[in-house]
Design a protein. Structure first.
Length: 217
């Protein structure tokens, strides 16, 4: 008599990763130009340096050290960064409004059952101050990362999509293997973002929810 063999159960499929969308901060979620201009003007007055704050805010995106190098010799950059950051909260937080569609973009991800992270070149404490002031509450904030370096946080949080306004953001998304969604609200024109490899280019974040709904369909 043959003993019946137990039937093997098919393997349980791995649960799909939850949707995680990363966002840049400056000129993606917040219009920090008024606040940053005010901070640089106060910094210039304190240090006596001749700094064109209007020019500074036309090239936001890279780390503060990059901008400081235009105005100070290399051996003074670290010192000046510390002094600028000490002034920043008093001058830059209150004047910086959300970008159009920013709050709804975060909510759109939540409505889709997903998580949001902010990955920015700005130092983390200042990024958190901006978001708290505006009542924007991502699930995580990672500061101090730029361009390809942003892939470190995007991979750590398993982000499938990264949204930013700069070609550096596009490179960061590509390095992480995430979909690069660009918004033409910063210093980079739509054609520049496309040439850098953006998978999607939106005029601003007001177009994010419709895009996300179509992407998830």
């Amino acid at each position: 008599m043959t003993t019946p063999q137990p039937q093997q159960q098919p393997p349980t499929p791995e649960p799909a990763s939850p949707l995680t969308v990363g966002f840049d901060l400056d000129l993606t979620l917040i219009d920090s130009r008024p606040g940053i201009k005010a901070a640089w003007e106060a910094f210039a007055a304190e240090t006596g340096a001749e700094i064109d704050a209007d020019l500074v805010v036309t090239r936001l995106g890279p780390p503060l050290e990059h901008e400081m190098a235009y105005w100070f010799p290399e051996e003074r950059i670290a010192e000046m960064v510390v002094r600028y950051r000490a002034l920043y909260p008093a001058y830059a937080i209150e004047p910086s409004p959300p970008m159009p569609g920013a709050r709804d973009a975060i909510q759109a991800v939540r409505d889709a059952g997903g998580r949001t992270i902010v990955v920015t070149a700005k130092n983390g404490p200042h990024a958190e101050l901006h978001l708290a002031h505006l009542g924007i509450e991502p699930d995580a904030v990672v500061g101090g990362l730029w361009a390809e370096g942003k892939a470190e946080a995007l991979r750590a949080h398993d982000a499938q999509v990264y949204v930013g306004d700069h070609v550096g953001d596009v490179r960061g998304a590509a390095t992480a293997g995430a979909l690069a969604v660009a918004v033409a609200t910063g210093p980079c024109a739509p054609e520049e973002l496309r040439a850098a490899g953006a998978d999607v280019v939106l005029t601003d974040l007001t177009g994010f929810r419709p895009w996300l709904e179509a992407y998830r369909a």
